[in-house]
Design a binder for this molecule. Structure first.
Ligand SMILES: [Zn+2]
Length: 308
């Protein structure tokens, strides 16, 4: 049992409405696709995650922002930014999403599977210290990276973000920590407009890889692998985290990258092989974007298989 699928039924209670691209159908498609692979389904460990605590959220977020999200949810929901909404289930969903990443990290550094995929929503990589943004409430990957350093023996953490959008929130929440290296490949120019190659962060621990739309898929794979090489030169990480956005697949309604399932597998296997060399194979991956539910679900299954 080398891989866990970490999720929480509360993630389905973040109700954005079916007209919103980040709807609950994205998550529901994943177990459906996984059941069509009964061998894989039976090999992986299924974990219902805990909820992150306020103190854990406050590793990266302002207390006032955490309180604001809770208050909006207690009022039955509302709008957090132009395209980010909360419903009465969103607090439980968002804290379960962050909690899933923390559980996966605890397992990786404890007696559990060294690798996990966290099937969670809302996503996290646009969330800022004091604001929701771009469908994201809390910075799941950034919280996890700092948590791994504080709670476990992780000195160095690598985060690889292959979502089609720049992980601006993750960058903002980790760039002050020189022992967290962040690699983000994203469409350029595109939402949210940040992530220029020259933007390396104050400690030069950020590798942004802005890429044109509609290039051959191998071009994206090669560019991301080169950036991973650069980010890990003389920096063998103790934990590899993946912000797994599947809106980088060909045909996604919110992106124009051209990756196919096989490229997700290639990138995953590459990181697993390198993690086995660096750190006993510890890889914690969490879902970010991906807005074609059927494609997203198949990609998650292929990603899980490649994590084995
Ligand atoms: Zn995205």
């Amino acid at each position: 049992m080398s891989v866990a699928l970490v999720s929480n039924s509360d993630c389905g209670r973040h109700d954005t409405g079916w007209g919103h691209p980040e709807h609950v159908g994205r998550l529901r498609a994943i177990p459906r696709a996984l059941r069509e692979e009964p061998d894989l389904y039976s090999r992986i460990v299924h974990v219902e995650s805990r909820h992150a605590t306020d103190d854990e959220l406050a590793i990266v977020h302002d207390r006032a922002y955490i309180a604001r999200v809770r208050a909006i949810v207690e009022q039955g929901g509302g709008r957090l930014d132009a395209d980010t909404v909360a419903s009465e289930g969103s607090w439980d969903a968002a804290t379960a999403g962050a909690g899933a990443v923390l559980d996966a990290i605890d397992m990786a550094f404890g007696d559990g599977p060294p690798r996990s995929f966290c099937a969670v929503r809302p996503p996290g990589h646009h969330a800022l210290r004091g604001a929701a943004m771009g469908f994201c409430l809390f910075g799941n990957a950034a919280i996890g990276a700092h948590y791994a350093r504080r709670r476990h023996d992780a000195e160095r953490v690598l985060i690889v973000d292959w979502d089609v959008h720049h992980g601006n929130g993750t960058q903002a929440l980790v760039e002050a920590e020189r022992d967290i290296h962040f690699v983000s490949m994203h469409q350029w120019p595109w939402y949210p407009g940040t992530g220029a190659a020259e933007d390396r962060g104050p400690h030069r621990n950020v590798w942004n890889v802005p890429m044109s739309a509609n290039l051959p898929p191998e071009t994206y794979v090669d560019a991301l692998r080169s950036a991973i090489d650069a980010a890990t030169a003389e920096f063998p990480p103790d934990l590899v985290m993946i912000s797994a956005g599947f809106d980088s697949l060909r045909g996604d309604p919110l992106g124009a990258f051209t990756l196919e399932y096989e490229h997700i597998e290639q990138l995953t296997r590459h990181l697993v092989e390198r993690a086995k060399h660096w750190c006993g194979g510890r890889v914690v991956s969490a879902l970010e974007g991906g807005y074609d539910p059927d494609r997203l679900a198949v990609a998650c299954v292929r990603h899980l298989r490649a994590l084995e």
